[in-house]
Design a protein around this ligand. Structure first.
Ligand code: MF3
Ligand code: CO
Length: 263
């Protein structure tokens, strides 16, 4: 298991180059998927589009076949989680509808090095409460990223996320966290989206993390569906999810999965 105690890998120049390339593909494909989000689109179609991009680009899915802790192998190249679904939703026949919040999560590797990112998209017009949830969750990721500079402590990230969304009446999901990323999609350490600041290891240049706040409009509790993957809010409230892969640079955060036009 990943924990605070484990050593956090420092990436070499050539490892960073591979991760930067993987992350750029992730960012480009997420933009393509985001643009396809229209009412009537079946969730399986997003997966098909992503699969085609993977083949054309000659990269490898980080998600398909993934089976941590003896879970069934993840069957798709994206996760797509709608409204009360928090994360790890499996693409299928369901069609997205006007007013839905859809969170699309995508990761690939290049020469064995991974990039991982997620975005919540609003389909058409939504209620003000949903729009505010998406906006604040997105902002909370940026608040977390702002702390990611050499000398800061690991727990400063989650503290910044939590402090941004809780005053809005929203809650941070506890059961999932950000993570180190590199030659494995999930490397040490876990990076919870909550906690006090000033704890845990100091951030150093060459560390790379995937930071991914999941924020519920209602309570933080989750349930897992019978497919063993899809996490939903226990109270049925909506949830939003944003993720970036970020390198700790000498001068501050370097958001590897951010390109022009992306979240
Ligand atoms: N961003 C997700 C995470 O870090 C990606 C995992 S999806 C899976 O948990 F399908 F591969 F599990
Ligand atoms: Co992730």
């Amino acid at each position: 298991m990943l924990s605070y105690g484990q050593r956090i890998p420092i990436k070499t120049r050539s490892e960073i180059d591979k991760m930067r390339e993987a992350a750029r593909h992730v960012a480009e494909v997420l933009l393509i998927l985001r643009d396809r989000a229209e009412p009537g689109m079946p969730t399986s179609e997003f997966d098909r589009v992503a699969q085609k991009e993977i083949s054309q680009r000659g990269v490898k899915s980080s998600f398909k076949g993934y089976n941590p802790y003896g879970l069934p192998k993840y069957p798709a190249v994206i996760c797509i989680s709608i409204n009360n679904e928090i994360v790890h939703g499996i693409p299928g026949d369901r069609r997205i509808e006007e007013g839905d919040l859809i969170s699309i999560d995508f990761g690939v590797s290049v020469d064995g090095y991974h990039g991982d990112s997620a975005v919540t998209v609003i389909v058409g017009e939504v209620e003000e409460e949903k729009r505010r949830l998406v906006e604040k969750t997105h902002e909370s990721l940026d608040k977390g990223i702002e702390t990611m500079r050499p000398g800061k402590r690991l727990s400063d990230i989650g503290h910044a996320v939590q402090s941004h969304v809780e005053p809005e009446g929203f809650s941070v999901v506890r059961d999932f966290a950000g993570h180190g990323i590199g030659s494995e999609m999930h490397e040490p350490p876990w990076v919870p989206n909550y906690g006090s600041k000033g704890r845990g290891p100091r951030l150093q240049p060459g560390m790379v993390f995937a930071i991914e706040p999941m924020v519920n409009a209602g309570r933080a509790d989750i349930e897992i569906l019978d497919d063993e993957w899809t996490a939903v809010t226990a109270d049925g409230s909506c949830s939003a999810h944003f993720e970036h892969t970020i390198l700790i640079g000498e001068a501050g955060p370097d958001v590897l999965t951010r390109i022009e036009g992306s979240h």
